[in-house]
Design a protein around this ligand. Sequence first.
Ligand code: SF4
Ligand code: SF4
Length: 248
Amino acid sequence: MERRFACTACGKCCFGWLPLTLDDALAHAGRFPLAVVWTPVKPASRAFATTARIGLTVRLADRKQVAVRIAPTAYLPPSMACPELKPDGLCAIHADKPSRCRTMPFFPYRAESDQADLLLPRSGWACEVGASAPVVYRDKAVVERGDFDREHEALLGQTPVLKAYGEALLGSVPGLPDALARAAAKPGGGHVALGFASLLRRLNPDNRNSHAEAQLTVLAAVSARVSDPDYARNYADWTWELERLLGR
Ligand code: SF4
Ligand code: SF4
C-alpha cells in the first residue's frame, strides 16, 4: 500500500490547536497561547500503546485504566488562525516553525504503522494526493522520515519530564482525576486543558520568568481577539496563574 501527498501551502490546516514538543512550546512561548492538554485514551484505541509510552497510564476512580497524552499545545479555537499564518496562506516563520508543522500530516503520537488515514485531506484542504504527488508512505512506513523521527525522538525524550509533571498534578490538584474520568467518558473523547503555568513552575527555573512574561503578552493579544467564551475564560484564568507564578 502506497500513499501520495504534497502540501500546496494553502494554510487551511493552520487553525485551532497545535500540539507542540516541550522544547517547541518554550521556544515559541512569545508566539502561541499555550495550554497543557491532557487527553485520555482508552485501551481499545489504536493509539493506546503509543500514548502510554510517551505519556501516563492512569487508573480512574471507576478502576478503568486509560493512557493520557500530555501535550503542551498552542491553544486556539478551531476558527482562529495561527498567529503566524500570513494572509497569503504562507507561514511567517517557515524556517523556524515547530516540528509539528514540519511533520504534518504524519502524527508520531500514533504508531508509524497507523498513519494512512492522516494522509487523506480534510474537507476544504488543498493537499495534493494524486499521481503528481510523491509517495510519502509505503507498506505502513514513512518514506522521508527525518521530520517524523525527530518529532518522535523529542516526544520520547521529554516523557520523563511530562510523566513527573502529570503524576505530581494528579496527586495535588483536587478534581483533576474526576475531570479526566469525565473526559474519558465523553463520546468521541474529551480533554482537560490546564494553564501553561502548571508546567512552567515545575521546569528548570532558568528562563521561567521570561517564558511567563512572553505568555502574558501573547494571552493579552489573543484575549483581545477571541469571541469564544470558553477560550476567553481559560485565557483569563491562565493569565492570573502566570501572574501568580511571577509573584504579583
Ligand atoms: S507555525 Fe506556520 S505552519 Fe505552523 S500552524 Fe502556524 S502558520 Fe501554520
Ligand atoms: S491543508 Fe494540506 S496543503 Fe494546506 S497547508 Fe495544510 S498540509 Fe498544506
